[in-house]
Design a protein around this ligand. Structure first.
Ligand SMILES: O=C(O)c1cccc(C(=O)CC[C@H]2O[C@@H](n3cnc4c(=O)[nH]cnc43)[C@H](O)[C@@H]2O)c1
Length: 230
């Protein structure tokens, strides 16, 4: 463990200094769904992160520099791990993990943490994550909590999906931006959450099976509940 990972292992940033909330979505369709759900609630800003962890980290850093926020949430569509998050359901992050940050070896994947170069995990704000998941369920939405993985490449084979699920037992969903958004928030001392609506199963690429409109509708419904609970 080094100083960087020790810092990350500590509690999330302390009491929020601002009641404003920044939501980062990968693309405009997700931003529009979230804005419809928020119905003009002025405490929220919704900005576009771009696709992938690097674009997301840069965009989040810029948005945080331009305003004062007490919470950052990455919202978007995502893949769900079989048996853990069904299509159309929502996943609230217990942890945000850069699942491909590390090294391959003949004996398996070695994470950044194991390599001793920092950490590939950002804890979500635990109390808030629990409160949000509970509120979503109380609002009639199928919502669970679990680790949300960030990968730079969408998983596209059954073998890769099985490897990830076995290597990261709590994994519920997979997106491409969460770790970038959460790392930027953490560096600015702001707690982070990820909320994903499941559009497809993690596994063999089958574009016809993606349910993007259903996932966008779930994002909109979740946002209207966030407006009440946060
Ligand atoms: O090439 C295709 O078939 C295709 C069709 C629609 C969307 C895509 C994407 O790659 C979208 C990536 C975008 O959506 C999030 N996302 C959604 N599902 C997953 C997933 O299973 N694994 C990783 N990311 C996913 C992601 O956060 C991006 O913002 C491709």
């Amino acid at each position: 463990m080094n100083a960087y990972s020790e810092k990350r292992d500590q509690e999330q940033p302390g009491p929020a200094q601002s009641s404003r909330i920044l939501i980062m979505t990968p693309v405009a369709a997700e931003q529009e769904a979230v804005l419809r759900g928020l119905q003009g609630e002025p405490r929220f800003d919704v900005a576009i992160a771009g696709v992938g962890p690097v674009a997301a980290a840069i965009a989040t850093t810029s948005a945080l520099a331009a305003g004062s926020y007490g919470l950052v949430i990455n919202m978007g569509i995502a893949g769900g791990f079989q048996g853990r998050a069904e299509i159309g359901s929502l996943v609230v992050s217990s942890e945000i993990i850069a699942a491909d940050l590390g090294a391959q070896s003949p004996d398996g994947f070695i994470s950044l943490d194991e390599l001793g170069f920092g950490t590939a995990r950002v804890p979500a704000h635990a109390a808030l994550a629990g409160r949000v998941a509970e509120a979503l369920r109380a609002g009639g939405l199928p919502a669970g909590m679990g680790a949300v993985l960030t990968l730079s490449t969408v998983t596209g084979t059954a073998e890769a999906a099985r490897e990830l699920a076995a290597r990261i037992p709590g994994a519920a969903a997979e997106g491409m931006e969460g770790f970038g958004v959460a790392s930027a928030a953490y560096s600015s001392g702001v707690p982070a959450l990820e909320i994903r609506a499941i559009s497809n199963a993690v596994g063999p690429r089958d574009k016809a099976a993606w349910r993007i409109q259903d996932a966008l509708a779930a994002l909109e419904q979740a946002s209207s509940i966030l407006r009440e609970v946060l």
